[in-house]
Design a protein around this ligand. Sequence first.
Ligand SMILES: [Cu+2]
Length: 183
Amino acid sequence: MRAPSFAVRRCVVLLAMIGSALASPALAHVVLKETTAVSGTYHVATFRVAHGCGTSPTVAIRIAIPDGIVVAKPMPKPGWRIDIVQETLPTPVPQEGRTLTQRPKEITWSGGPLPDEYLDEFTVMVRLPARTGPLWFPTVQLCEQGETRWIDTPPEGKTSRDMRFPPPGLTLVPAPQPGDRQD
Ligand SMILES: [Cu+2]
């Protein structure tokens, strides 16, 4: 086996540093399957729901699409209805030959119920903003009894592990530069 190239090792160190705001939670909350993604790309974001509100079954998942994302397409799921709340963009955005005047700001799946004993995934394809750093998706989990609001975005210097109800999030990393090795 070859030793990793210098460029690869540099990337790993960089990821370790910029990924630090996004430490994987000790408990399974509502989390994203992939915790890093390349800024400015199309990305399939998969939200994992690993338990109910306490032990109460989940009946809806409402995800806020952060500012800077103008394209978000949810994947249909049998047994779940999708509702999308749009908002008007302050400035229209060109997008693949069209002009977008609205963006989805909230996507909700309603249905189930998803028992506390089971795991499920909710998928959205998004076009990521062209910046780097953490990107949070504040999420409300509605259950037969009660709700859990995954909306405690960590302040500067804290990680999701420091928060009781961290939102699912990922870290946007720069696109690989020409010359970087991709083994
Ligand atoms: Cu949890």
